[in-house]
Write a protein that binds this ligand. Structure first.
Ligand code: CAA
Length: 376
């Protein structure tokens, strides 16, 4: 880590201990997202870290961003995920938006005054994203959206939604991306999901019923929406990876601390070789994940995105988070299974990391396709 990254990490460690930890258990039980925590993170510059300064961002690298997200995730995967997805939305507008769109939407998002959400999945199109059915029919001055989106992170608390909808033929070439805002006529919220983990971060259905979206809210051009979504997910998968690394690190920290203190058979349980080997594996896997995430982020920072590495980083780090958090519960034993210690929450929060922004099976599809191309 460089000097700046150490400083960011220390600042966020203080923040999470002061502002997130005291109520994290209560908020998890009550599914309570606190906008004031998100806004404070915004005031500190953590809600638009990779965006250019001219639009209110901090102009930092994806490697810096990953360090920050890992640190936040040690206390709350939900706040880290909210920032990760909102930054993905900002990156889309910055990369594919015109000057007017950037000026209009980015400052509130980069400042953390408002949240952005990414809307691709539908009830019948999850992994097969190109088969989505929400339609955007061209009319005078804009488009009329009809359909619904499912499992939307920050649904209901976000103000700015990037919505992928069909403007043309079947398949990926008929998909376009739109900026839709909370409050637009015909746009409403459906069912809020009751989830195993990520309970502080709301996940909700979005419903479009003859929702008129003005022409100026189309991103880039008709038919470009699938590529916008896929290229955004390449970055999102790296940042989800960094969240997984933070979660694994916290699970490991809790396991070591507890096993050094807990005594059975007249010795601390850390001194049993069976547990030492578990923790040695947990530490090694966490470090390997961190290095892979860093490497994938570095390629982005150098301007040479590597889709295969992004998928590898997501696959490795999220599988590791699931394994490490499950092992942490095992090491803590009976108390690990209760909410007295954070490891049961970490285990619940880890599961969806293997599912969202492309299941880990989809990551393997991306990696294998890339290998085939390299070797053909
Ligand atoms: N960047 C730019 N363009 C890309 C791309 C990328 N990373 N990946 C593919 N494309 C382009 C291809 O080049 C191709 O274009 P051409 O026809 O012009 O050559 C086009 O997109 C179609 O590509 P594929 O043929 O590879 O598409 P596919 O239908 O076979 O799908 C897939 C590929 C990898 C399976 C893709 O559908 C996928 O990633 N599925 C998972 C979806 C996903 O991650 N959903 C998560 C939603 S968000 C979420 O989880 C929650 C949240 O709130 C954030």
């Amino acid at each position: 880590m460089n000097e700046l990254q150490v400083e960011l990490k220390n600042q966020l460690e203080r923040f999470r201990n002061d502002k997130i930890e005291p109520t994290v258990e209560h908020d998890d039980k009550n599914e309570s997202f606190k906008m004031e925590i998100f806004r404070e993170l915004g005031q500190l510059g953590f809600c638009g870290m990779t965006l250019p300064e001219e639009y209110g961002g901090a102009g930092l690298t994806y490697q810096d961003f990953c360090v920050a997200l890992s640190e936040i995730a040690k206390s709350s995967v939900s706040y880290a995920a909210t920032i990760s997805v909102s930054t993905m939305v900002q990156a889309i507008i910055n990369e594919y938006g015109n000057e007017e769109q950037k000026k209009k939407y980015l400052p509130e998002l980069t400042a953390g005054q408002e949240i952005g959400a990414f809307c691709l999945s539908e009830s019948s199109s999850g992994s097969d994203a190109a088969s989505l059915k929400t339609t955007a029919k061209k009319v005078d001055g804009g488009y009329v959206l009809n359909g619904s989106k499912m499992w939307i992170t920050s649904g209901g608390i976000a103000k700015t939604y990037i919505v992928m909808a069909r403007t043309g033929e079947e398949g990926h070439k008929g998909i376009s991306s739109f900026i839709v805002q909370d409050g637009m006529d015909g746009f409403s919220y459906g069912k809020k999901e009751s989830k195993m983990g990520w309970r502080v971060s709301p996940t909700r259905e979005l419903v479009f019923e003859n929702c008129f979206v003005p022409e100026e809210n189309l991103l880039k051009e008709e038919g470009f929406g699938f590529k916008i979504a896929m290229s955004a997910l390449d970055k999102g998968r790296i940042t989800i990876g960094s969240i997984a690394v933070g979660l694994s690190q916290r699970a490991l920290d809790e396991s070591i601390k507890y096993s050094l203190e807990r005594k059975q058979f007249n010795q601390s349980i850390f001194d049993f070789q069976g547990l030492q080997f578990m923790m040695a594996d947990m530490a090694t896997e966490t470090e390997a994940s961190r290095l892979l995430v860093e490497q994938a982020a570095m390629y982005y920072d150098l301007g040479t995105p590597n889709q295969k590495l992004a998928s590898m980083a997501k696959l490795k780090s999220t599988d590791t988070a699931m394994k490490v958090s499950t092992d942490a519960v095992q090491i803590l034993g009976g108390v690990g299974y209760t909410s007295e210690y954070p490891v049961e929450r970490l285990m619940r929060d880890a599961k969806v990391l293997q599912i969202l922004e492309g299941t880990n099976q989809i990551q393997k599809v991306v990696i294998a396709r890339s290998l085939k191309k390299e070797y053909s």
